[in-house]
Design a protein around this ligand. Structure first.
Ligand SMILES: CC(=O)SCCNC(=O)CCNC(=O)[C@H](O)C(C)(C)COP(=O)(O)OP(=O)(O)OC[C@H]1O[C@@H](n2cnc3c(N)ncnc32)[C@H](O)[C@@H]1OP(=O)(O)O
Ligand SMILES: O=CC(=O)O
Ligand SMILES: [Mg+2]
Length: 534
């Protein structure tokens, strides 16, 4: 344990301080985190408790709806602050884990307009990834980042690079290695605070600013908390109000009912909204898990064109454009397929179709998971979006009600669908426990959000009366246990006995089974998972 002298009480670091970490974990930067924690820590916990209360009300039948008390905001005429120059054109944004130095350089060089360096879904929050992520950000902001691979390949920045944004971890996560009064501090405040503290001046000197993506918000009150954090941070470091800009991910069913309100709370700091489709599907299952009529078919059948997904994304576009804010699309799961040109072309065609749908729907840009997809998305947006954005396209034709947002999609549950969720869920958790937060599995990008869908679906199918396979068999705990053993055996055969024993598969399998068979539904798999993480 290393004690850092901060006021009014010292901070304790319960982890190794590796060479270079002292540049990030300075007493001044940690003092800034102490202030954030002291000023906003209780409010964060109250907001998390509010999520639980709201869940209890939903379980009692009080379904999500637009809030009567904020109708004046939805009806009012207001806009967000004008966008900074380097956020006007966001046609292609690449994302990737902040802790992976090579990927950070590749992403900045990828030709995408923006790069979102991720401390959330794509980043396994090991101590090393968390601090190395901050080192990578500090070096990237100063254009002083390089990397040499084990094969001696050298990486450095091109002349022209993407604009940087970061996504701190969600409000539900704590950073167990940094303790204040013996308690772990908020992971959101750590990721936001360290990045802001170390980089704001350098970013401003480079003609840009601290830009953020805010994940997993469930209400406009959570947006208000973030706005207050921004106001405080700017005041503390003497930075002009409104310098920070944040894009909120609409990736919970609750937030879909408060999009206007979220933009309103953050209007001085807003850079619009983004449709985080994977967490959105997870949230739909999670929040409505105890509703007798709500059940989803196989994950592969929950596409962007099913009515509830179409309703939410088009409402996001309409809401943003009314408020002069951009609405960014989301991530297709396909990634380039190596050594198989036919499969590769199929994957690219799926990404292309997804981006075309987004551009036609009115999105002002999109996300890609891989540098190989930048040209695909760029070509689509260059062809279909001739101006820097399409905020002018108001989408007043879009009429979305609560029923549309909650509509249950049709489809079937198959043995293959259940087995895929089991196998892919376990493979992802195994990689996450080893420190990899984004992994290619079966030629698709998997991250924490997609793994959440896999385990939430199995949990719900076991408990729901309609959790029945298309061939009539009821999905039960016994069946899931049997298929888990069989899928684990296949994984063991693929990997070989020795590698399997040295992997995290036994723990991942156990954790997955616990998540799907226990009556209590874990809010996020990363919370129990984090207890096992180095
Ligand atoms: C639900 C959500 O939140 S979506 C957003 C969060 N998810 C993400 O950010 C996922 C980002 N994507 C990735 O992490 C990766 O693309 C993966 C894990 C899916 C696949 O990675 P890999 O197996 O390394 O892919 P692959 O071998 O094809 O990589 C080829 C090259 O592209 C680079 N690369 C791949 N993806 C990225 C990326 N997102 N950013 C930068 N570089 C990348 C690799 O570093 C590699 O570089 P090299 O040739 O210099 O060695
Ligand atoms: O964060 C993005 C998502 O789809 O989830
Ligand atoms: Mg997400």
């Amino acid at each position: 344990m290393t004690t850092i002298p901060t006021n009014p009480s010292p901070m304790e670091i319960d982890a190794e301080i590796l060479p270079g970490y002292e540049e990030i974990l300075t007493p001044e930067a940690l003092q800034f985190i102490v202030k954030l924690e002291q000023k906003f820590g209780d409010r964060r916990l109250e907001l998390l408790a509010r999520r639980e209360e709201r869940q209890a009300q939903i379980d009692e039948g009080e379904l999500p709806d637009f809030l009567p008390e904020t109708a004046h905001i939805r009806k009012g005429e207001w806009t967000v602050a004008p966008l900074p120059m380097d956020l006007l054109d966001r046609r292609v944004e690449i994302t990737g884990p902040a802790g992976d130095r090579k990927m950070v350089i590749n992403a900045l060089n990828s030709g995408a307009r923006l790069f979102m360096a991720d401390f959330e879904d794509a980043n396994s929050p090991t101590w090393v990834n968390t601090v190395q992520g901050q080192i990578n950000m500090k070096d990237a902001v100063r254009r002083n980042i390089s990397y040499t691979s084990p094969e001696n390949k050298k990486y450095m920045l091109n002349e022209k690079i993407a604009v940087l944004k970061i996504r701190p971890r969600g409000l539900h996560m704590e950073e167990k290695h940094i303790l204040l009064d013996q308690k772990p501090v908020s992971a959101s405040f750590v990721d936001f605070g360290l990045y802001f503290y170390h980089n704001v001046q350098a970013l401003l000197a480079n003609g840009t600013a601290p830009y953020f993506y805010l994940p997993k918000l469930e209400s406009h009150l959570e947006a208000r908390l973030w706005n207050d954090v921004f106001l405080f941070a700017q005041e503390e470091l003497n930075i002009p109000r409104g310098t920070i800009r944040a894009t909120v991910l609409i990736e919970t069913i609750m937030a879909a009912f408060e999009m206007d309100e979220i933009l309103y709370e953050l209007r001085e700091h807003s850079a619009g909204l983004n449709c985080g489709r994977w967490d959105y599907i997870f949230s739909y299952i999670k929040k409505l898990r105890n509703q007798p009529d709500v059940i989803l078919p196989d994950r592969a059948q929950v596409t962007m064109t099913v009515p509830f997904m179409k309703a939410y994304t088009t409402l996001a576009v309409r809401t943003c454009h009314k408020r002069m804010a951009p609405c960014i699309g989301g991530m297709a799961a396909q990634i380039p397929v190596k050594n198989d040109p036919v499969k590769n072309e199929e994957a690219l065609a799926k990404v292309r179709a997804d981006k075309e749908r987004e551009a036609y729907d009115g999105h002002d840009g999109t996300w890609v998971a891989h540098p190989g997809l930048v040209p695909v998305a760029m070509e689509v947006f260059n062809r279909l979006m001739r101006e820097p954005n399409q905020i002018w396209y108001k989408r007043e034709d879009v009429q979305v009600s609560a029923e549309h947002l909650l509509a249950v999609p049709a489809g079937e549950i198959t043995e293959e669908g259940v087995r895929t969720n089991i196998s892919v869920g376990i493979q992802y958790i195994e990689a996450w426990l080893r420190g990899s937060g984004a992994v290619p599995i079966r030629n698709l990008m998997e991250d924490a959000a997609t793994a959440e869908i896999s385990r939430a679906q199995v949990w719900q199918w076991i408990r729901h009366d309609k959790g029945v396979l298309s061939d009539g068999r009821k999905i039960t705990i016994a069946l899931v246990k049997q298929w888990t053993s069989e899928e684990m055996l296949l994984l063991k055969q693929e990997l070989g006995e020795e590698k399997y024993q040295h992997s995290q598969f036994p723990l991942a399998g156990e954790l997955f089974l616990r998540l799907v068979t226990e009556d209590t539904f874990e809010e996020f798999l990363t919370i129990p998972g984090y207890r096992y993480l180095a």
